[in-house]
Design a protein around this ligand. Structure first.
Ligand SMILES: Nc1ncnc2c1ncn2[C@@H]1O[C@H](COP(=O)(O)OP(=O)(O)OP(=O)(O)O)[C@@H](O)[C@H]1O
Ligand SMILES: [Mg+2]
Length: 399
């Protein structure tokens, strides 16, 4: 609807007959309803403010992006409704401004938005070119796009590349470590043999030293092979398995650590879960990494609650701790290789978890329970997920 039409209508209001005015008014209302329906159907978020930054209109998508309740936000300052938005700077520019932002509530999203100053149609005609550049503005429109999926797809590709580079590097290092380890073992064996030939009084505690050295080498060898297995899960070797049993085994594996710390582990498993296609060892590794993170977060003790539940397509395994959660600025980084906030962490734990979960066709979700701790949900598919209809617009239809 053109503002010109309304301006003309207002200027002639004294001359139009009541029925005519009614018809025009109805047309205005109908067009408003029509536009609102369209604005609510599109995926982009739209927020319109007055010149002072108070919200005069917002569509459904923008409410969803920013966790706003439509009516309650009308008349409120946009800078107060959308946290982290530098509205004075955005509205100071007379040009179109485009920015990216990351929001964490109500969902973790990457958004791109641009702010367009709204000008009255005849504002350009006003005399005096170099007066206030904002003169004639009736407000601003903010158009918001959700880039989360595009970004995640790009991120997944980058991560895959980084992960491959990491795997190659680790394989190289393991190879380099493996050779001297072998040679050390052989030399220690030689030393042992020569020691045995010496009379006991000349051996001193050399026997013990050699034994300790051999044990340490064995430990190092184990760590290297474990590390390689972890970062190179390879193709998963799945068999029908009871996820509750795998979970229980992972928890009992950590029994000694639970006893050492002031931690209570509550395990509540759903009885109606169907068997899942699992690589037991790898899934145990994934659960173990998540549980260990929770223990490490709960330094002064706390509760780790582990539950399983049946969802339409997935079996959901949730781990909720009381360790304070992840700082918002770190939320986007915890899956990065080597990202750690611990002095002795490798920063590979969650990356490995995600890789294993993805190779099982599953998903991982991290959720901060404000003020309490972190909830990690691992969703693993059940049933025949190959029979899947893609939504309208999908390029393929698997059946
Ligand atoms: N349950 C949790 N509570 C709070 N922060 C967590 C939790 N789980 C993970 N994090 C954060 O995520 C970071 C990355 O975790 P990740 O498991 O990938 O590596 P790490 O635990 O630091 O090292 P590694 O697991 O390799 O020994 C951690 O350093 C920590 O800051
Ligand atoms: Mg970890």
């Amino acid at each position: 609807m053109k503002t010109g039409f309304i301006d003309k209508l207002i200027s002639r209001l004294g001359r139009v007959r009541p029925e005519e005015a009614k018809a025009h008014l109805l047309r205005v209302v109908k067009e408003k309803g029509f536009l609102e329906t369209i604005f609510n159907a599109i995926q982009e978020g739209i927020v319109v403010t007055d010149p002072g930054g108070r919200i005069v209109y917002l569509n459904d998508a923008s409410c969803e992006f920013f966790g706003l309740r439509g009516r309650d936000s009308l008349g409120q300052l946009i800078s107060e409704q959308v946290r982290g938005l530098d509205w004075p700077a955005l509205s100071a520019s007379a040009d179109l401004v485009s920015r990216d932002m990351e929001v964490f509530y109500p969902a973790h999203r990457f958004l791109n938005f641009y702010v367009v100053p709204l000008l009255l149609e005849d504002a350009d005609d006003s005399p005096g070119g170099d007066t206030d550049p904002h003169q004639g503005y009736v407000g601003y429109a903010m158009i918001v796009r959700d880039l989360t999926q595009t970004r995640q797809a790009t991120q997944a590709t980058i991560e895959d590349e980084r992960f491959n580079a990491l795997t190659m590097l680790a394989a190289g290092v393991a190879h380099e470590i493996g050779n001297p380890l072998n040679s050390l073992t052989i030399h220690l064996q030689l030393m042992e043999r020569r020691l045995r030939k010496l009379p006991p009084d000349q051996r001193g505690d050399l026997d013990d030293s050699v034994r300790v050295a051999r044990e340490e080498i064995r430990r190092l060898d184990f760590i290297v092979s474990q590390f390689l297995r972890a970062i190179r899960p390879g193709a998963v070797d799945t068999h029908p398995a009871d996820v509750n049993a795998v979970l229980t085994e992972s928890v009992s594996f950590l029994r000694a650590e639970i006893a050492d710390r002031d931690i209570l582990v509550e395990l509540e498993t759903a009885k109606d879960l169907p068997p899942l296609e699992l690589d037991r060892d790898q899934m145990k590794q994934a659960f173990y990494n998540v549980i260990r993170n929770s223990f490490q977060a709960m330094k002064t003790g706390g509760i780790l609650r582990i539950t399983t539940a049946l969802e339409p397509d997935y079996a959901a395994v949730s781990f909720s701790d009381t360790g304070g959660g992840i700082a918002p600025e770190n939320m986007g980084k915890v899956f990065d290789p080597y990202f750690t906030t611990k002095s002795s962490g490798s920063g590979l734990g969650l990356l490995i978890v995600r890789r294993i979960v993805r190779e099982h066709g599953g998903e991982i979700e991290l959720r901060n329970d404000t003020g309490r701790g972190l909830t990690v949900v691992i969703r693993l598919p059940h049933g025949d997920r190959r029979a899947r209809m893609l939504g309208y617009g999908g390029s393929e239809t698997e059946v």
